[in-house]
Design a protein around this ligand. Sequence first.
Ligand code: G3P
Length: 226
Amino acid sequence: MSSDLGTKVVIINFKAYAEVDGPKAVDLAKTCEKVATETGTNIIACPPMVELSKVAGSVGIPVLSQNIDPKKPGSATGWITPSMVKSCGCAGTLINHAEHKVAPEVVGEAVKMAHELGLATVVCANTVEDAIVLAKYAPEYIAVEPPELIGGDISVTSADPAIVKNTVEQVKAVDPSIRVLCGAGVKTGKDVEAALALGADGVLLASGVVKAKDQYAVLKDLVSGL
Ligand code: G3P
């Protein structure tokens, strides 16, 4: 059992920025929902962990957890179980973000447990080589993000288009059903357009939206590239 979040996705990772502390997470998720509704596009919100339940209960767009730990309900103090994430109303989860790396076997177990609950999985990879290894776990999405470009001003699609193209080719060679996303420095509709032209099925981004003065305007511009 797994959940399909579709193609041409724009996933907004809220990370743990102060700009989305407390009720501001719901505010940004509502802005994402407004733009998704107005434009008929597929925007997905990925709020801070402690706001998951509130955000998922406040918007109709899909909500992702930023991580899950492959732990069963019970004696797992402080861990985030797939069951908790499902109960919060999430449609899926990121796994292995560059800022929250885990061993490949842990990724495999997390993907398996997520799928048992019908949660979609977006597994992050720092390199093409990582992506090839992680493709064998058959997540719905692999998002390639070179860590050195994360939070910067130059989009991966301009700074390193080869990593996007090669990840698409290599991941599809392992499992053609996996959708490949790219991220790091993505900020504009032109960056999104470039990602799709390189064969990606969408983007994963954070600072370009979360830290923007006018989040609505940035989101509108981003989806114009789909
Ligand atoms: O998860 C998205 C992320 O790591 C990229 O961050 O700020 O470069 O869009 P940013």
